[in-house]
Design a protein around this ligand. Structure first.
Ligand SMILES: C[S@@+](CC[C@H](N)C(=O)[O-])C[C@H]1O[C@@H](n2cnc3c(N)ncnc32)[C@H](O)[C@@H]1O
Length: 307
């Protein structure tokens, strides 16, 4: 998975991949950026509007969120995109781009659909024992070695396999990345937003592939995205907030109620389009069903989200 996504000619390391192949909240509507802007202002206010305030988008992909934010935020704020992929074309020149998350951040870190593409190993229970599942670039599967060490420990704690044939994805690399990111905050909030795995129900695992907007077999040949839902239980710490995207966006002021017609067809049509976009972001069976995890350093995400 690591080679196929981030190696030479990997899916993400070739420019422009995300936009071509799938649709995230950042692609769905500018209302997404407006909600993140509201969140950022709340964090800024809670920090007492420090002289330097930074919004870091980790796994910034095509830079859609940062481009939209650059039109909204005060000039004194810094916007930083972090990605293993090259700087996207058309990114606002005021936005910094790096493959390393800066340290000592006062501000907000957003990681939208980042953790689901951090490589994981797939395992399957066979004769009572979890075994590694390997797959060739041609898509042929093979059962490999026993699961040992940190893999085994993570699996038994967070995703125990109950019956033969059950599958899981081992997510400690995601836990490590998340802890590294939250460790880069001096003061502020970090938000991880992703589709959650539910080990009690996702008995066949969750790994899948996307190519040209369609779901395909997750073949590690660099031609498709490979993603697996995120186990949030292993990420959450005391005082964190975990909520659905729907609830998060509603507390950040998004509404999807249809506009009433006031005699101006142009504004009516644009309000109607916005309410359709909001409905997509809030849809509990779609993007609204994503999980938000908010972690605060020196400020309380509970207060920020008003929950
Ligand atoms: C699914 S895309 C999401 C893009 C964007 N956040 C959005 O919502 O449209 C995930 C991005 O995370 C990047 N990525 C994966 N692992 C990363 C890491 N360790 N550090 C920085 N970026 C990473 C990938 O290159 C890819 O651009």
């Amino acid at each position: 998975m690591a080679e196929a996504l981030y190696g030479e000619n990997g899916f993400y390391t070739s420019a422009g991949a995300p936009r071509r192949n799938f649709r995230t909240s950042a692609h769905a509507s500018p209302l997404w950026a407006t909600a993140i802007w509201t969140l950022a202002r709340r964090v800024d206010e809670a920090l007492g509007s420090p002289e330097s305030f930074t919004v870091v988008d980790v796994g910034a992909g095509g830079g859609e969120l940062l481009n939209a934010l650059s039109a909204l935020v005060p000039r004194t704020w810094s916007l930083v995109g972090v990605d293993l992929a090259p700087r996207p074309e058309g990114l606002d020149p005021g936005v910094r781009w790096s493959d390393i998350t800066p340290d000592g951040i006062d501000g907000l870190i957003i990681a939208n659909e980042l953790l689901d593409v951090v490589p994981v190993d797939v395992v399957e229970r066979i004769d009572g024992m979890p075994r590694q599942v390997e797959v060739t670039p041609a898509g042929e599967e093979e059962i490999a070695g026993l699961v040992t060490g940190r893999d085994a420990q993570w699996l038994s704690t967070w995703w125990p396999l109950m019956e033969d044939g059950d599958r899981a994805e081992i997510g400690w690399a995601r836990d490590d990345l998340w802890r590294e990111l939250t460790g880069r905050l001096r003061r502020g909030v970090a938000a991880a937003i992703d589709y959650a795995a539910d080990p009690a129900h996702d008995l066949a695992g969750t790994m899948t592939g996307y190519r040209d907007g369609r779901q395909v077999d997750p073949v590690p040949d660099g031609s498709c995205d490979i993603t697996a839902h995120v186990v949030f239980n292993s990420l959450v710490e005391a005082d964190d907030v975990v909520m659905s995207q729907r609830d998060a966006l509603l507390t950040l002021g998004l509404t999807a109620s249809p506009p009433s017609y006031d005699g101006d067809p142009t504004s009516y049509l644009s309000e109607l389009a916005a309410s359709g976009e909001a409905a997509e972001l809030l849809d509990p069976d779609g993007l609204g069903g994503f999980t938000w995890l908010l972690h605060g350093v020196d400020i309380s995400p509970v207060k920020i989200m008003g929950v």
